[in-house]
Design a protein around this ligand. Sequence first.
Ligand code: NAD
Length: 468
Amino acid sequence: MLIGGRWIEKEETINVYDPQDNTIFSTVPKATKEDMLHAIEAAEEGAKIAAQMPVHERLSILNKAADYVLEHSELYAETIASEGSKTITEARAEVSRCVDTLRISAEEARRINGETIPFDQMPGHENRVGYYYKFPIGIIAAITPFNDPLNLVAHKIGPAVASGNAIIVKPATLTPISAILLAEAFDAAGLPEKVLSVITGSGSEIGDILISHPSIRMVSFTGGLETGEQIAKKAGLKKLSMELGSNSPVIVLDDANIEDTVSSCVSGAFWAVGQNCLGVQRIFVTESNFDEFVQKFITKTNTYKVGDKKDEATNMGPLISEKEAIRVEEWVNEALDEGATLLTGGKRDGAFYSPTVLTNVSTDAKIAKEEIFGPVVLLFQVKDLDEAIEKANDVNYGLQAGIFTKDIKLAFEAIKRLEVGGLMINDSSDYRIDGMPFGGVKGSGLGREGVKYTIQEMTEPKVIQFKL
Ligand code: NAD
């Protein structure tokens, strides 16, 4: 792990497993509370160094880090596909997005602007002029999940470096190696010591010190709702960015092109084994299309090849652990016991779980209300858009949604009424580029990530006023 610019090994280590066969892929040091305090101490100096770094240096470092990742892209992809769930094809796509995230961060570093303030809006203030600058907030604590182990870390380090902050990253315990490799890229790019630490260990053991320490000015968390709520309670008076989960809905109306819709929805449901915060979980299809949609959906799902992550022909690898696959199996079995119909899938082999399609699920069932975070999708027949919107909104999540229709009026109706942070028209909920404001409402989070928007969260305005 990297603490304040120094690479540290420890006697006590944590094994990192390849979930496919449970072999040990690597080991990382198990950080102690003292290590965390040491990282915070280093970051206190790092924050001063980062804030002094001229913009041209920040963007040069970010571009060099992007070049490094690009040059070693196959190593990064192999790492993601070894410690995580993704196939090598999905892993390569993540590496390419990481390069993009770092390049956008370099570009956005040039555009951290304030604006002038018209003080003369107040009678008696005609002789005042001024503006505000954007200043870095200091030290950012970043806590990241297992499912995008590289790019979601880049979404925290890139904007932090661009905006002149120090940052301490606590990557997911199951997939820390990708984050360590990203730290290597910043080290090679010449990021000054103490600006970045990547510290490995159990979130519940070392997380509290990081979250609650008064020197930390912002906690940027990506992960599950439950963990997010615990962190928010402990953080105290700090900025919070919470990128949490969802059970994203997609609405398919009478006039949708069924071929295109099925193809986007199947990909959106099973990308990264359904372990995707914006993955498609609930699909609401109007009556006239329902039977055709179901048939085509099953046919397409059954073409999915589940198996070896490193085989380029594989569409879906294992879940992150056998424990998670067992949980998914239990949720599906519970839904079946309650009267759901299994259209395809429902089979587990170790950490592998086949792509699964259910119908006749009650909208009150756990599997419809909570985030399944596995390769399971629920198909609901609805009368019209009104019913679809009502059911889509009837959960405590709201990250992204999709709607398929050619009717612009109905699309605008959905834009107005769906309770989400993003709506994709004629695409599934599973759409994101790294430069858009990404985030959710309700239990899906607070704040927006997507480089420019993350920089807004990581900076604070300082008002300057001249009395003439
Ligand atoms: P998780 O909440 O279990 O863990 C996330 C991180 O929090 C890990 O690094 C973990 O070690 C750490 N952690 C756990 N307990 C902690 C504690 N008490 N204090 C401090 N840190 C602690 O999530 P996960 O299983 O790794 O990831 C899956 C979740 O992440 C899903 O809900 C998914 O939807 C969500 N997610 C959201 C986005 C988004 O951008 N909105 C993106 C990816 C994943």
